[in-house]
Design a protein around this ligand. Sequence first.
Ligand code: SAM
Length: 246
Amino acid sequence: VKVRHLKRINLVGRFGDPTPNDPLVLEPSPQGIAMAIRTGMCPVDRAFDRFYPDDLRIVSAQYWTPLLVALRAAEWLDELQARTVVDIGSGAGKFCVAAAIAGRFQLTGIEQRPRLVTAARELARLFEVDDRVTFLDGALGEIPVPEADAYYLYNPFGENLFGSQDHLDEDVELSFDRYERDIAAVRDLLQRAPVGTHVIIYNGFGGQVPLGYQELRRDHDLPNPLCLWTKTHARGPWAGLLPHAS
Ligand SMILES: C[S@@+](CC[C@H](N)C(=O)[O-])C[C@H]1O[C@@H](n2cnc3c(N)ncnc32)[C@H](O)[C@@H]1O
């Protein structure tokens, strides 16, 4: 597997947590950041996060995909010639927007919190990828998930298990019951998906990838493991050989 090494560049002039109005910060424009990404570089996350409102910027390290991860996933998706990608639990749109800048595919994000959908749409517009990125306002299990060549999951349901101090807000149901329902919904989606479907998982999703998928790529040199699975068999490779396989 060819692994291109992304050069990490510091597009922000000093350490700290700059805000868009900080006069001491060298402020790359969205176009400058996009150009750096397209020439194979990976800007620091805070250069990108600067375009979020303060309340979404300060939670980025905990909740949104790091740029390096989004760019690695985009590289894999382009290698596999994926044309459509769905991010289940797309948050403030960081994965979708960064991957759209780096890759050639169309993305759809599904997000249960309307205020994050609004921020994500604004980010896509700022980075001029809104012609290839769509955000759907709704929850998994309540709105249909579009069929796609690939699905992306960044531990979307973990928040159900966190204490309230680590909740993004209290605007949605967060419970162990919900956690189990959402994991079952993802497993069902992956079980129904046709052979050839890819799923990229960053830091797990709480469940097991169903039988029939094979892990084809894994990157351990990121803050958390990133894995790519591809459906190679309709059920398990041994379906039909085991008496109780279903
Ligand atoms: C860890 S964040 C990841 C955000 C985004 N994928 C990224 O990588 O930048 C998980 C997001 O999933 C959303 N989420 C969790 N459960 C969901 C569900 N059942 N339906 C839709 N969105 C959900 C949360 O609201 C949160 O914004």
